[in-house]
Ligand binder design. Sequence first.
Ligand code: FPP
Length: 249
Amino acid sequence: MPENSDTPDLPKHVAIIMDGNGRWATERGLPRHAGHRQGVSTLRDLLREAVDVGVKCLTVFSFSTENWKRPEAEVSFLMTLLQRFVESDLAELHAQNVRVRVLGRRHNLPRKIVGLIEQAERVTADNTALQLQVAFNYGAREELADAASRLARRAVDGTLDPASITTEVMDAELLTAGLPDPDLVIRTSGEYRISNFLLWQSAYAEFVFTDVFWPDFSIDHLRDALDAYSRRDRRLGGLTNRSEPGSVS
Ligand code: FPP
């Protein structure tokens, strides 16, 4: 039975930087793509758990705008992985009432993949149990630059007063428009970076870093991260909820 999504200590939106696939594979004497393949399997398990515990929104970073620098064979494998993920998992995701969206630039993706992304988004558009965002060909700076460019175009056209550009206007222009900001960002593999992921949206997120490589990230690790989050004191720039009246933190 899913927990109530309004449970105050449960993050509404969890974002994950799934890192360490390559090292996981190398440690086992396997090619890097074996790590990516195992990483998809981890993602499947985590998705089921997220639905079960009542997380309403999950965003995973699966291909960054910088990942094009990798060898062509690896880039091509990651493209194929997204394609296979959509082809093989869409029916189950739909049955689980998961809404799927893909965040990122599309103009330089293979046309077949863009078609599959559009199909997945269309088929699951009315689903409500969990919103899954797969960040693919995504970079936060690119997202912000694209948003600025569209707003500037409207200003030039005379349909937008530059003085009316508030943080809400920016929010509405981003790929995550309409979604809550991430409450919790998890990064695996012992790296302590945000790597151009949801820079604007994570302004007040809590971060959990773990040394575990993504393919080894289990349901128990997710529970640990949710547990750590529930013990954080989120002040959002205000005063702590947990201190004595009158104390300053
Ligand atoms: C980082 O590990 C991971 C990636 C660049 C790809 C993440 C992709 C998946 C988990 C599977 C893809 C899922 C979908 C839905 C397409 P790394 O390769 O940077 O590992 P390393 O730092 O150990 O080299």
